[in-house]
Design a protein around this ligand. Structure first.
Ligand code: UTP
Length: 235
């Protein structure tokens, strides 16, 4: 049985508001694909999470509670996403264990966050590890991994592929005093490395990119995997 996990960034599902047109097209595309028997979809919190966390932070609410608030936002977005699918769980699992159980019953498994201290990047890779998926599509608002934040540095270069170790170094550098915009958290990259899970970081709003990945065609995002030749900059 072949499995795939998609980490659907919160900003894709919930930008200014719920992105219902995108969800409709995305669900049709995923439901129509024939390559994978099981697809796990882990949904981020997006603006909904940032709105709550940002406001509550000003009042000194502690980080553990803020994470719980964020988790609830991811689960709201997950339930909204699940309603667009058939052959899908109708209750959002609260652990990867529970999601793995559900994977025996449904073709599509949709979930959000699990516990404080990490993001849905980590949940996606843990789910992939658990259900034996060799690949995670990280569908984000940026079209790959860059040498610096492309929104702030005009000279930032996009990587075509990255080894796990180079990706971990970049993630550590990006997380030093940088706020929430790290392309993937370090834990998720370490788990991907230990289980050889290939990660495709792509612009999640570009619906063509999913078809390209599913058919094994090159795409213009970044692939993170066991590459020995270090960082390769896109031409
Ligand atoms: P996201 O996974 O969307 O976080 O979860 P993010 O990566 O910061 O957001 P984007 O992708 O840049 O938009 C939202 C928040 O929910 C909490 C964290 O506080 C996270 O920042 N969360 C989420 C957890 O604490 N645990 C989880 O398993 C998931």
């Amino acid at each position: 049985m072949e499995s795939l996990v998609i980490s659907l960034g919160g900003s894709i599902v919930y930008g200014e508001s719920l992105n219902l047109n995108f969800l409709k097209k995305f669900s049709e595309l995923i439901a129509g694909q024939k390559k994978y028997d099981r697809v796990g979809i882990v949904v981020g919190g997006g603006r909904l999470a940032r709105m709550y966390i940002g406001e509550l932070k000003k009042f000194g609410v502690n980080d553990n509670v803020l994470d719980e608030i964020g988790i609830n936002a991811t689960r709201m977005n997950a339930l909204a996403t699940a309603t667009f699918f058939t052959d899908v769980n109708t209750k959002i699992p609260i652990t990867v264990n529970e999601a793995a159980e559900m994977a025996h019953s449904y073709r599509h498994i949709v979930m959000g966050g699990t516990e404080p201290g990490h993001t849905t990047d980590t949940v996606s890779v843990l789910l992939a590890e658990r259900i034996g998926a060799g690949m995670v599509i990280n569908a984000t608002s940026v079209d790959g991994v860059y040498s610096a934040d492309p929104r702030k540095s005009p000279n930032a270069r996009k990587f075509k592929r990255l080894s796990y170790d180079d990706a971990i170094k970049l993630s550590i550098n990006a997380s030093i005093g940088a706020g929430p915009n790290v392309f993937m958290d370090i834990t998720s990259l370490n788990i991907a490395k230990r289980s050889s899970i290939e990660i495709h970081v792509v612009n999640g709003l570009d619906l063509n990119v999913y078809g390209r990945i599913l058919s094994g065609t090159e795409h213009d995002g970044t692939v993170i995997g066991h590459f020995g030749d270090g960082m390769k900059i896109a031409e």
